[in-house]
Design a protein around this ligand. Structure first.
Ligand code: AMP
Length: 284
């Protein structure tokens, strides 16, 4: 089996989080730097190629590389014949339809017969077709949001993460047609697909871990059932006796998103010395 080749975004929104993910997974590039086009990985038989996120689906499909990181929207827009090996949990955004604030449209079906500017014409044509909406699609490659002001279109369908760009440009969202995030994709039929799946397991262990925290607290035995009933864990928590005989230490893995609401409840139920720690890796 030859070395695994992987394409990574060389710039743009997906570059930093993708590099951080490799770093956290222990397979960071040996020669980091803005201008490096190719690099070997420090601890793994992986050769990295740095290209634009837009180009990754084609590079993977055509066998230039075995796998790569890109946006799910870009895979769908190019109808690339690649396998999505792993959703990476960053670069999250959605393709939303938006109109100028003063427009009367309130839902996507109100765009029938109107002109819609987008840099994702294929996804838009497919979804509008499925919804039975006939509209004129105006393809633009950047600054989609200013199209209505320029008189190019009545509405836009554009990538939105926080919504602030829409608001800044006087636009109002009327619906979502596609949800996207960064993904690891592999070439269908690649001889190295097994190695790509192994990489996917390693990256996945870091992504799973990021979504969780290791929680520890001390509880009087009399309060134990109240405290464990609060824990949003799938498995059973670890309960260990402390030396004083009347107190136990409770350890559990809890979703990071639940921590802020959980801590005051734990405290109110008698937990003390509450600690939460980041988790480095997690293989289910
Ligand atoms: P780039 O053009 O290289 O910055 O990468 C754009 C990719 O980043 C898109 O194809 C999406 O997958 C992702 N992305 C995440 N949030 C946004 C956003 N708010 N606007 C545009 N792209 C986004």
């Amino acid at each position: 089996m030859s070395r695994l080749t992987m394409a990574l975004p060389s710039k743009g929104r997906l570059r930093e989080p993708s590099w951080q993910l490799l770093e956290a997974s222990g397979v960071s590039p040996q020669e980091p730097g803005e201008r490096v086009l190719q690099a070997h990985c420090r601890n793994a038989d992986i050769d990295l190629l740095f290209v634009r996120a837009d180009d990754v689906p084609e590079y993977v499909q055509d066998g230039v590389v075995d796998c790569g990181i890109t946006g799910l929207d870009l895979v769908a827009e190019r109808s690339s014949n690649v396998e999505v090996l792993l959703r990476l949990g960053y670069g999250t955004c959605s393709l939303q339809a938006a109109v100028p604030m003063e427009d009367s449209a309130t839902q996507i079906s109100d765009l029938a017969g109107r002109r819609i500017a987008t840099s994702h014409p294929n996804i838009v044509a497919k979804v509008l077709g499925e919804l039975g909406i006939k509209a004129e699609i105006v393809q633009v490659s950047g600054s989609v949001e200013i199209s209505p002001r320029l008189g190019l279109a009545d509405a836009v369908i554009d990538l939105v993460s926080t919504g602030s760009t829409l608001r800044t440009n006087g636009l109002r969202s009327i619906g979502t047609i596609f949800e996207s995030e960064a993904v690891l994709v592999g070439r269908v039929g690649s001889a190295n697909l097994e190695a790509a799946r192994t990489l996917s397991t390693v990256l996945g262990s870091v992504i799973n871990a990021r979504a969780n925290r290791y929680l520890m607290c001390n509880v009087e035995k009399s309060d134990l059932s109240k405290v464990t009933a609060l824990l949003p864990t799938k498995g059973s928590p670890t309960v260990m006796d402390l030396a004083n005989g009347s107190t136990v230490s409770v350890h559990a893995l809890v979703p990071a998103a639940d921590i802020w609401s959980l801590l005051p409840k734990l405290e109110a139920s008698g937990a003390s010395s509450i600690l939460t720690l980041p988790v480095e890796r997690m293989v289910r």
